[in-house]
Design a protein around this ligand. Structure first.
Ligand SMILES: [Zn+2]
Ligand SMILES: [Zn+2]
Length: 406
């Protein structure tokens, strides 16, 4: 059966966004059609207590609020930081970690303490002296329980393992012996499987997509998600599906929307009066302010791909959050207007969930909405459903891409 999962999020304890009630998260999951959601920040002690106090185990390794069928997996993000030979700067990379039970979370906290790592923020650091120490520690985390999974997060963004800040030429430089345990990677908002399949050492990994969101909003939860193929709904089955690449498809941002897709400088940088986007592959210095560029994801992929002939086998869809699609069709900027809510309610009353709407045959949209909504709104929804949209200019230097229908 298919299972829609979004396995990377953050609580209010990461980045100081304030409390995000699990009840609101569960409500948005239902609207979107996300069945299993990563809790975020589960090893941060205040968060652990919060989750332990509110959640109960519903299915093996999956948790829920009382009288509520939205399922949560125990999840955190950590930042691995290590000194590597041949690199002046510390190499840092974000990772998602999934745990099968609270006992494993507690053992992770003990390891953090034993290694002298502060565990005082939602997304804690694990700082290692060298690759050997880091590899030993990663094996230590895996040894907590056979179903603990460690997944390099948003691999191509500047904070991801292959991002431009690190400038590694291979992930094996970072993991050492632990490379044998990396079965799954997260695509991140600025890359999709088509791009990542071009990088030879990623080509055989399972590729998953998650929202990495810090909010319960309708355009955040499930903005990227993964449809897994499982035998039954349990944490164990999710991990097996990840390790065996039983991915039916991933739902992706159009990479051009991501904030680090192109290479360039924003208009508000010192020495700039307008933005500059580099179209030349060899341009490393900005001709406007003479400061170096941080290469965007598109450029990093080309560097890492070399002459490799990629095989493109993954199924994925480029999606917009429905609420944003509706706002766009109405020509309004805010997603919280009454008009947007009204159309969302109509769509949800017909299809049940947003994911059902996106997976329905295109003909159904005209057929079912024909007498209810204006033709121009239906036409725009059909275009978005079909993927007829682009981002111009694409995202760069921390700025999101600008959406256009085509
Ligand atoms: Zn991250
Ligand atoms: Zn510049």
């Amino acid at each position: 059966m298919n299972l829609a999962v979004d396995l990377h999020s953050h609580s209010g304890h990461a980045g100081g966004v304030g409390d995000i009630p699990l009840k609101s998260v569960s409500q948005t999951m239902k609207t979107k059609g996300i069945q299993v959601f990563g809790t975020g920040d589960v090893i941060f002690p205040t968060r652990t207590k919060e989750l332990w106090g509110q959640l109960q185990e519903m299915k093996e390794g999956l948790f829920s609020l009382p009288n509520d069928d939205s399922l949560f997996a125990l999840q955190t993000e950590i930042i691995l930081s290590v000194k590597l030979k041949g690199y002046k700067q510390k190499i840092m990379a974000h990772h998602v970690v999934l745990f099968p039970n609270f006992m494993s979370v507690e053992r992770m906290q003990c390891l953090m303490h034993k290694w002298g790592q502060k565990n005082t923020i939602g997304r804690p650091f694990i700082v290692s002296e060298d690759m050997q120490e880091q590899s030993d520690r990663l094996f230590g985390i895996k040894a907590i329980h056979p179903l603990v999974e460690i997944i390099p997060a948003h691999v191509m963004t500047p904070d991801g393992i292959l991002g431009s800040k690190n400038n590694l030429s291979s992930i094996s430089e970072f993991y050492g012996e632990f490379i044998s345990e990396i079965d799954v990677i997260e695509t991140g908002l600025s890359a999709d499987p088509f791009m990542l399949e071009q990088v030879p050492e990623l080509a055989n990994k399972t590729m998953i997509s998650n929202s990495d969101c810090h909010s319960a909003a309708l355009n955040r939860i499930g903005r990227e998600f993964t449809m897994l193929n499982v035998e039954e709904i349990s944490y164990r089955e999710i991990i097996y599906a990840l390790r065996r690449n039983n991915v039916a498809f991933t739902a992706e941002f159009n990479p051009g929307e991501g904030r680090y897709y192109s290479t360039g400088h924003r208009a508000d940088r010192p020495g700039h009066s307008e933005a500059y986007i580099s179209s030349k592959q060899d341009e490393t210095i900005c001709p406007v302010c003479n400061k170096p560029f941080l290469p965007g994801v598109e450029r990093r992929i080309k560097q890492l791909a070399g002459d490799y002939k990629a095989k493109h086998t993954r199924k994925f869809h480029h999606l917009l959050p429905l609420v944003e699609a509706v706002a766009l069709t109405l020509g309004v900027k805010s997603i919280t207007t009454a008009k947007v809510a009204k159309i969302m309610n109509i769509i949800l009353s017909i299809w049940g969930t947003e994911i059902n709407f996106w997976l329905s045959p295109i003909g159904e949209i005209e057929q079912k909405l024909g007498n209810i909504l204006d033709d121009n709104i239906i036409e725009a929804l059909v275009k978005i459903h079909r993927g007829s949209f682009t981002f111009g200019p694409a995202g760069f230097d921390g700025e999101y891409g600008v959406l256009k229908l085509i």
